[in-house]
Write a protein that binds this ligand. Structure first.
Ligand SMILES: Cc1ncc(COP(=O)(O)O)c(C=O)c1O
Length: 342
């Protein structure tokens, strides 16, 4: 199978398995797992933050951030297309009791600073209390687009001017860094907390990291335990994360080149609408004009190619270390053959 459904489908290679096998471990609930401690220090340093916490998933990183920055009844301002709204099982309401206030996005898929500023409230007691802004980079539902850094900094400025905390869902910040040439710490600058994932393009089997200042991360540590994620000899997984950072970060450029190649091939096929320039990292979303996405997904499966339906007329394909340029060419051939015979 050429599996382009997500960059989460990767399987650890021999080197990663060896690193996991060799990991020095201890009881992380006692803070005694040296490999977890090393990972947390490394990611905090990479992001230019004081401290960080290893968590089982990107969702848990995001939800802990919402929990530490808000009180029940508060309002969280975020883009209408973000992962926190669409794919986190309604967790923010259930766990933090907050109201999510969705801001529209422009044609490029990101919310503009003036729209976030317009969400400021008069402070009347009958209004919810805005306390947090959350952004996403890269933007999953906008073809993995990199949030332009000048706009990010403008929104950080708006949040700070209004006394709001600001969180970055950087599940694929690694891709944003490689794609933009900016360092991870530049992209994380000004954010109170940042989530990054190890289990997406970096290819680790499990894990994300939440970074911020020491007091905030200490609070998140308590909430992680409350939610039952006090983990024990979890250095076996942290070792995979360290290996992933050392070996699979810079190679994300290959995934981006593969995504761009696939976009160019698909854009020339009748029945597909796709903006090649929107494909900046490893995700591409394209529109079908003649067949239903579920029909294309089924037909592709018969050709050993997997993609996912991403909306009424939309399909998403994601490149990752488990697919080669040759695989991508075969996937493009399969789409072309199916649409030509439809
Ligand atoms: C932008 C974004 N944020 C957060 C997550 C959540 O990550 P996880 O699946 O590890 O909970 C994802 C998952 O794909 C994502 O795409």
């Amino acid at each position: 199978m050429i599996d382009l459904r997500s960059d989460t489908v990767t399987i650890p290679d021999e080197g990663m398995r060896q690193a996991m096998h060799d990991a020095e471990v201890g009881d992380d609930v006692f803070g005694e797992d040296p490999t977890v401690n090393e990972l947390q220090k490394r990611v905090a340093d990479i992001l230019g933050k004081e401290s960080s916490l290893f968590v089982p998933s990107g969702q848990m990183g995001n939800q802990l951030a919402i929990k530490v920055h808000t009180s029940p009844g508060d309002e969280v301002i975020l883009a209408e297309n973000c992962h926190i709204i669409h794919y986190e099982s309604g967790a923010s309401g259930a766990i933090s009791g907050v109201q999510l206030s969705a801001v529209p996005v422009n044609n490029e898929g990101y919310p503009e600073a003036r729209w976030i500023e317009a969400r400021d409230r008069a402070g009347a007691y009958w209004e919810p209390l805005p306390s947090l802004v959350a952004l996403e980079n890269t933007i999953n539902r906008a073809s993995g687009r990199i949030f332009p850094q000048a706009e990010v900094q403008e929104i950080v400025g708006v949040a700070q001017a209004h006394g709001l905390k600001i969180h970055l869902d950087g599940a694929r910040l690694w891709n944003a860094s490689v794609g933009s040439g900016k360092s991870m710490s530049q992209l994380a600058s000004g954010f109170d907390t940042v989530t990054v994932c190890l289990s997406k393009g970096l290819g680790a089997p499990v894990g994300s990291v939440l970074a911020g200042d020491a007091a905030t991360i200490s609070k998140a540590h308590r909430y992680r335990k409350m939610l039952g994620s006090g983990m024990r000899q979890v250095g076996f997984l942290a070792a995979a994360g360290l290996y992933a950072i050392d070996n699979n970060f810079r190679r994300l450029a290959d995934d981006h080149a593969n995504a761009r190649y696939l976009a160019q091939r698909l854009a020339s096929i009748d029945g597909i609408r796709l903006d090649v320039d929107a494909v900046q990292t490893n995700i591409l979303v394209f529109e079908l004009t003649s067949v239903k996405p579920e029909d294309l997904v089924e037909a592709l499966k018969r050709e050993s190619v997997l993609m996912i339906k991403f909306g009424p007329n939309l399909i998403r394909a994601t490149t990752h270390l488990g697919v080669s340029r040759d695989d991508i060419a075969k996937a493009a051939d399969a789409v072309e053959m199916i649409l030509q015979s439809a």
